[in-house]
Design a protein around this ligand. Structure first.
Ligand code: PLP
Length: 567
């Protein structure tokens, strides 16, 4: 026999080609879920399992112990442990992996170091939990110091820089999927969900001793949760053995692996077509799941960014220049430095739309942040890298019910005042609008109306607002609301179509008693409002002015806009 530097037996070239199998040795004591774990691995499509191949070897060396089925084991299994390791455990295999279940005590000193070849896992169980099951058995069947065998195997593998993962049987029962995922990851094999259950009854891989030992495991079909506490006192005659095993268990338990939670099922997307998107992040077009900004980015640190929403109609970006004007004004008001040029932003918008083949029915969320910081902190002095530009374009069918209208409630959250944060800056610090939206959601309303600090109507949490009373179209001054681009377009359209149009302070009562109300925004266009705070607006139906302006807006949006340079 040839032996290499580490004491492993070296095989001939012919043989080693046969033995390409990757061996996973799992060492444990009895009553530790070892058979269940073997059944679990037997469910994999890439793994063959062996049930205690070193059992006969162990029995041959321990003539004084008396195990049920002892003679059958000795007669039917290979007795020479080194031969078992060489020819059975590492022998040819039809599957990629071979899982070998072992009792730790079966690793007797006369085995060569080849028994340490392959991957190793230690399966442990608190002696306080497993020793009571030996209360009724004969003295000689009581397990030896299993935990000591496992601890010494652990130390030996460690000294060879092969630290084996340790899995606790109780953890496995508490969270089978999490622990099996963790175990598979630790031994570098993919997790398979088939490992979570098996059919009841005897299995072809069972050892010949199965009729004596496996009656309860044969009834099982999966790992079951452990009982909350033992329902019998701990047997006094095993107390000494417990004391001897416990420190070794405690030592191994400290090193045991923790569960890896199953990845959550992805939540359903409002629009399935957005599953595969390309997003522009700072000069790069990236797939949806890779499109990320640094945790040092100002947008993460303080919502320190400005943004625009653009809509795409028939191969064109509607009101692109107006949106870019507001974006650059907002960035200037926020004193951003190193702002990309107008041409660069346009190029990024077009490149992203073209990559996604978006010509219609799409919306772009364009975000410009103050950029990445050198350290977390508020000061723009830490922003030395320049702005971050994000172009997120998505398929966006109408977001509101523009045919039948929506209900609004008035939020208790007030719209920002120019005293604190001027609504003329289209910034990403949207908390006051989000709080209003939370109120709207709780009331199951389409959106929430927000008042200014004087109690007059400002806008909704996401849109500007208009009303009609006796043929006059009214909308609040843009003192507390965003000077919306759709708002400006609708004001122009109303004037052009000859409706008397007025911007002024409007109270909530005026809205409650309006003949017609609608909201405006790039994303949702013109959305009729049929109820506010339980008051029906007009006759509760979409009014004629609303319908007229909706149609005029659609016509304009479909005819104007900057052409996306598709080839
Ligand atoms: C609070 C708020 N009001 C109104 C609007 C509508 O503005 P625009 O018509 O420019 O899309 C928006 C859209 O960004 C908004 O966030």
């Amino acid at each position: 026999m040839k032996v290499d530097g580490e004491g492993f037996e070296v095989m001939g070239e012919e043989k080693s080609r046969d033995c390409a199998v990757e061996v996973i040795n799992v060492w444990s004591g009895p009553r530790s879920l070892s058979t269940s774990l073997m059944y679990s691995f037997a469910q994999r499509d890439d793994t063959e399992v062996l049930d205690e191949p070193l059992y006969a070897h162990y029995l041959r060396l321990k003539p004084n112990v008396c195990h049920p089925s002892q003679q059958e084991v000795l007669d039917q299994m290979e007795n020479d442990g080194n031969k078992v390791v060489r020819e059975i455990i590492h022998g040819p295999c039809k599957k990629k992996y071979r899982y070998a279940k072992h009792m730790a005590k079966q690793r007797t000193p006369c085995l060569t170091k080849e028994v340490l070849r392959g991957r190793h896992v230690l399966l442990i169980r608190n002696p306080l939990e497993f020793l009571p099951s030996f209360d009724k058995v004969l003295q000689e069947e009581i397990p030896e110091l299993e935990m000591v065998h496992l601890a010494s195997l652990y130390m030996e593998l460690r000294s060879m820089h092969q630290i084996p993962p340790i899995i606790d049987a109780t953890d496995l029962r508490r969270d089978p999927e999490g622990m099996l995922r963790s175990l598979c990851s630790a031994i570098d094999i993919p997790f398979q969900s088939s490992m979570l259950s098996w059919k009841a009854g005897p299995r072809p891989e069972d050892g010949v001793w199965a009729p004596w030992w496996y009656s309860s495991v044969h009834k099982s079909t999966e790992f079951v949760s452990p009982p909350p506490f033992a329902n019998k006192p701990f047997p006094k005659r095993l107390y000494k053995l417990l004391e001897q095993n416990q420190p070794f268990y405690d030592f191994l338990k400290r090193e045991a692996i923790l569960p890896i939670p199953a990845p959550a099922a992805p939540p359903p997307l409002p629009c399935l077509d957005n599953k595969e998107l390309f997003v522009w992040v700072n000069g790069q077009i990236l797939p949806r799941n890779s499109a990320k900004v640094s945790v040092f980015d100002s947008i993460v640190q303080g919502g320190d960014g400005v943004w625009e929403g653009l809509r795409i109609y028939k191969g064109k970006v509607f009101k692109l220049e107006e949106h870019l004007d507001r974006l650059f004004d907002s960035a200037k008001a926020m004193a951003f430095a190193n702002i990309p040029s107008r041409e660069e932003v346009k190029r990024a918008v077009f490149a992203t739309l073209i990559a996604n083949d978006m010509r219609d029915n799409a919306h772009v969320r364009l975000t410009l942040t103050r950029g990445e910081k050198t350290t977390s902190g508020m000061s723009p002095a830490f922003n030395v890298y320049g702005c971050t530009l994000i172009v997120l374009s998505e398929w966006k069918p109408p977001v509101y019910n523009n045919t039948d209208g929506i209900r609004l409630i008035t939020a208790s959250t007030r719209r920002n005042s120019p005293n604190s944060l001027d609504s003329k800056i289209h910034h990403n610090n949207l908390i006051n609008n989000i709080l209003a939206k939370v109120e709207g959601n709780i009331a199951d309303a389409g959106d929430a109306l927000m008042l200014d600090c004087g109690g007059f109507v400002a806008e909704t949490n996401a849109t500007n607002i208009f009303m009609v009373k006796k043929g006059r179209v009214l909308t609040p001054h843009a003192d507390y609301c965003l000077p919306g681009i759709t708002r400006a377009t609708v004001i122009d359209l109303a004037r052009r179509e000859g409706f008397p149009m007025e911007e002024r302070r409007i109270s909530l009562t005026e809205f409650h008693t309006a003949d017609e109300v609608w909201t405006t925004g790039t994303m949702g266009e013109l959305t009729p409002v049929t109820e506010i705070d339980g008051r029906q607006i007009g006759d509760g139906k979409v009014g004629p002015v609303t319908k007229y302006l909706q149609a005029a807006y659609s016509k304009l949006a479909e005819s104007e806009g900057e052409i996306i340079p598709f080839r």
